[in-house]
Design a protein. Structure first.
Ligand code: ADP
Ligand code: MG
Length: 246
């Protein structure tokens, strides 16, 4: 679904990341972990064509409009109701009004937001707002879902619950996902493969690990799988390696 080859990205002359290769097959769940400031968000910006790379190629097996994004800070419009926020993307695509209503009801019900349609984002909890943002993205039926530390602002219980629900949805619909996170356990328990970005500047992919835990997965059970602990340890070691002096 996505192949990134030899990607070098920078905001001036000095590359932030250099020579990144990364691949995601259709239906695969891939995570990208790395130190803060190593260039994870920059990679997503290139994939979504918000940023032109210094070098490298991005091949995407879907039109960019079929790529969905979920960011750390949700992009809900505070002056629009929950219903209007979820409808927004569909409206931009000129989906007929009756179909929009049906889709919005469907997604809000699925995400446990039935009854909240008329509320404004400021009248919701953090977890509820995140669900609205998820409804907004999934209603557009993305072929590739990009997530940039989407659950970082949620408390541990809500975070685990929402991640589990999203994981079930991804597995059922065979969605293709690229998750950027600094949470190693979240990355391992949800992914088929985890890429590790080294410290910047000039960050590179320093490892790719295949996660051999059977699906369907339950997040908390995945953590008890015999391969889980050693993999956390290994990622931790890789991420704690001192950056080379240049
Ligand atoms: N718009 C920008 N202009 C200049 N430098 C930027 C910009 N965005 C990010 N950077 C720099 O690029 C590096 C990588 O940033 P980013 O991709 O956001 O890292 P991460 O998401 O891994 O934390 C950082 O050093 C950051 O300061
Ligand atoms: Mg980032």
């Amino acid at each position: 679904m996505l192949r990134v080859s030899g990607l070098t990205v920078g905001y001036g002359e000095d590359p932030v990341i250099e020579g990144i290769d990364l691949e995601i097959a259709a239906g695969e769940f891939v995570s990208l972990v790395g130190p803060s400031g190593s260039g994870k968000t920059s990679i997503l910006r290139v994939v979504t064509e918000l940023l032109v790379p210094l070098a490298g190629v991005v091949e995407l097996d879907a039109p960019v409009r079929d790529v969905g994004f979920l960011f750390q800070d949700d992009a809900l419009l505070p002056w629009r109701t929950v219903r209007e926020n979820v409808a927004l993307g569909l409206r931009i695509r000129e989906v007929p009004a009756a179909a929009i209503d049906e889709q919005v009801e469907h997604w809000l019900a699925r995400l446990g937001l039935a009854g909240y349609e008329g509320r404004y984002p400021g009248q919701l909890s953090g977890g509820q707002r995140k669900r609205v943002a998820i409804a907004q993205v999934l209603a557009l039926k993305p072929r590739l879902l990009l997530m940039d530390e989407p659950f970082a602002s949620l408390d541990a219980i809500v975070r685990t619950r929402i991640t589990q629900e999203l994981l079930e949805w991804v597995e059922r619909e065979h969605l293709t996902v690229l998750l950027v996170t600094h949470d190693l356990e979240e990355a391992i328990s949800a992914s088929d493969a985890v890429y590790v970005l080294s410290h910047g500047p000039r960050a590179t992919i320093q490892a790719r690990h295949v996660v051999d835990i059977p699906r369907p997965r339950r997040l908390l059970e995945s953590r008890r799988h015999p391969t889980f602990g050693p993999l956390v340890q290994q990622l931790w070691t890789e991420l704690s390696t001192e950056p080379p002096r240049r």
